[in-house]
Ligand binder design. Structure first.
Ligand SMILES: Cc1cc2nc3c(=O)[nH]c(=O)nc-3n(C[C@H](O)[C@H](O)[C@H](O)COP(=O)(O)O)c2cc1C
Length: 333
């Protein structure tokens, strides 16, 4: 099956099937309530600096798609919304361009979002399948990206019928090519989580940003399972480190910047993720349906997230993101 057809199946499965095997890991926390916050809701400042740009709130639209039938619509609507809301956008895996240059059009959206941080994407495992710094730099250039997310997803690849499963020696390979890559490399999972030991190794070779993309949101083993005629996806669908645990574990690594993804479903989840150690939050699935509809549908959802983040901060009396990050959430008893 071609990459294009596979991505189309992924979109249909995520839209139509249950792909979240357990609740968001942020649902077990509450915000410590302050009865008199002594601040004005209207004066709460959610902006942060990210990749040398001042953005509206600490949120990235997570990597989703491109290359297949709906790729152009999805990426266009997300790009217009990202620019309007002044938040960063990460595009989905761009490897398809290297194989089929005619798919480039669906990723060609930089002109629609000239002022926001924009990120390319490719699987890290592709370093074992003939790709290297040259191809990564090409993907960065094509969309004038500020950086590239390289995703790690061995469980997904193991269940994907046509998966690339040679994950040997990737840390060493990444260490060798990092100095040759012209923009920042960010490493992400896709919903199974990044453990502390792996994060430490990545940090030691010079990776500064990790998107922990843990469990509690979309399960990619489960998505791939729907494409098979056995129960492999079902057996492994809940194998993941919950996102909140990834954050508390990886936060102990000095100087590492963290993105929380996997089960972020509203602005309260964004607030909680920052309180648990994230520098930025991110999500994919909730934006898929709006991205198929219109820029306005995406803008509306992003505005909703920002408002919910502001109300979360208001509850606790946090005037800005630094103050928010200094507060610890409470586990629901
Ligand atoms: C339709 C769809 C396509 C995705 N494609 C990619 C991709 O190409 N590259 C990638 O790194 N992650 C991809 N992801 C994973 C997301 O970026 C994210 O890490 C994961 O879905 C967990 O977030 P969520 O629970 O908010 O969906 C995709 C997710 C969705 C929903």
């Amino acid at each position: 099956m071609s990459i294009k057809q596979r991505k189309l199946q992924h979109i249909k499965i995520v839209l139509e099937k249950d792909t979240q095997p357990y609740p968001s890991s942020f649902d077990k926390y509450v915000l410590p309530h302050k009865a008199l916050p002594e601040i004005d809701l209207k004066e709460i400042n959610t902006s942060v600096n990210f990749f040398s740009k001042k953005i509206s709130f600490p949120f990235i639209i997570a990597s989703m798609t491109g290359g297949e039938e709906f790729g152009k619509t999805i990426n266009t609507n997300l790009a217009i919304a990202a620019e309007k809301n002044n938040i960063p956008l990460a595009l989905g895996s761009m490897r398809v361009i290297l194989k089929k240059p005619e798919t480039l059009d669906s990723f060609n959206i930089r002109h629609l979002c000239p002022s926001i941080p924009l990120f390319a994407n490719m699987g890290l495992v592709q370093l074992n399948y003939g790709y290297g710094a040259k191809e990564i730099n090409k993907l960065i250039d094509i969309i004038e990206a500020d950086g590239i997310f390289l995703h790690i997803n061995h469980l997904q690849e193991a269940i994907q019928p046509e998966g690339d499963t040679n994950f040997k020696g990737l840390i060493d390979k990444l260490a060798k090519i990092l100095p040759k890559i012209k923009k920042t490399v960010l490493i992400k999972e896709v919903g199974n989580g990044i453990d502390k030991e792996t994060a430490k190794k990545l940090s030691e070779i010079g990776v500064e940003w990790i998107d922990v993309a843990g469990g509690g949101g979309t399960s990619w083993p489960w998505v791939e399972g729907y494409r098979r005629d056995d129960d492999l996806g079902d057996i492994f669908k809940a194998e993941s480190i919950p996102t909140d645990q990834c954050l508390t574990d990886c936060r102990e690594i000095q100087d590492l910047k963290l993105i929380a993804c996997g089960g972020i479903r509203n602005g309260k989840h964004i607030a909680l993720s920052l309180m648990l150690g994230a520098d930025m939050a991110s999500c994919a699935k909730p934006l898929l349906q709006p991205a198929l509809e219109s820029p306005e549908a995406c803008i509306k959802l992003l505005e909703k997230y920002k408002k919910e983040l502001q109300i979360s901060m208001f509850i606790m009396g946090a005037k800005n993101i630094e103050e928010l990050k200094s507060i610890k959430p409470k586990l629901i008893a």
